[in-house]
Design a protein around this ligand. Sequence first.
Ligand SMILES: [Zn+2]
Length: 471
Amino acid sequence: VDLEGVAMPGFVDAHIHLSSLGRDLRQIDLRGCRSIEEVKKRIREGLQSGRGVVGGWVYARGWDQELFEERRLLSRWDLDEAVRDLPAIAIRVCGHLATINSAALERLGTELLERFRNFVDLDERGEPTGVVREDAVGYIVERIIEAEGVEGVERDIEEAQRALLSSGVVGAGYMSVSPVELKAIAGLSARGLARLRMALYLDPETLKLLEALGLPSLRGVSIGCADIAGIKVFADGSLGARTAYLSMPYSDDPGNRGAQLLSVEDLVRWCAKARELGLDLAVHAIGDAAIDNVIRAVEETGFRLRIEHLSVVRDDQLQKLAELRLRGSIQPHFIVTDWWVVDRLGPERARWVYRFRDLVEAGIELGISTDAPVEPFNPFETVYAAIDRGESLGLDIARYTRDQGLDKATVLDLYTRGSANLCGLSDLGTLELGKRASFIVVDRDPLEADIEELKKIRVLETYVDGYREYP
Ligand SMILES: [Zn+2]
């Protein structure tokens, strides 16, 4: 091939949610809303322009009460003022909390309260406020996807794939793959429409279905260009929702240490399960106490799982993680979205947040990712965030962790080779003889570009396994 521009290995996003990204691209975007009024306005406008209805639900995402002038969570009564006739969900930017309207509560019926009592907020009269958390969010999103049907999920995945390929991503660690998502991937593959290389990390429900087949092992099972790579489980929640599990209380919520979603014993069982099935295990662990639980489970089992996020890491944990040869996926753009983190954790612990340089220097095997749609999927924005760490935006966190910025060469290496290895897609990630020709052509050399130029780099062409997939 005759290329104009600079060729480099394609990016591998080590932790991403393809169908929710596709849904995100079709939904109403609430990012950056400065008030509850603005949330209502954006929803009304989105619906008028024909966007935002997924599986018969109004689907919106990205609000953050920290940005609201009202400084409170969105309630069902707020949402009712924007949508009355259809069920509606507005998911917080972190994905761990959402608000649903009255029509949605009616649609879901008593099952929501019966099954998820602890995750449904009630007011002083015992009425649901519309705020739902953690498992309840997942449950509702599942119901919406069900209503969307497998064709809708296929459309979402295709949409996400198109967006990723056009921005230079050739491979992805697809997290928390549900049964309908697996079916959609199989459908797309059968029709030759799955073009992105994927490593699938199954949610426990999907795993149960596959286990029921009684295969001796799930290692090496592939569907088209998607490999079944591992299992994804959650050890805690998020810093945004104050559900990340901490060893000491939140600085802005004394008495709350967050939520432990899996105990050490649970994690030991998951390690055993993954080993038995020949699979990898990806454990979501953001708070230092959740990471402690993971460390203890790994000490017990010796299973080299991968930790997702590694957001709050104490000094004593760095060495442990390295000793146990744990692997991890990090999300540099979280730094920008979690701009309030110093308030949550206080100045002492702020130094432990997103300490990428320390993780690299400790020798921990890392991959880079966006967790899209939690963060923007554009790799160069992520590269920029890993280097800048919110400094140019004047974020507080930059002052505490200035020394944790990564250099360009390291970020690019972790985002290609590092992520590919982390996901078991080791034929991607470098340009060398014997590997698959999965590379991109960009309009300028990122290693030569100055930091402000980085964000503006354009992807001209994307090749996966030798085929041009973009444009
Ligand atoms: Zn995720």
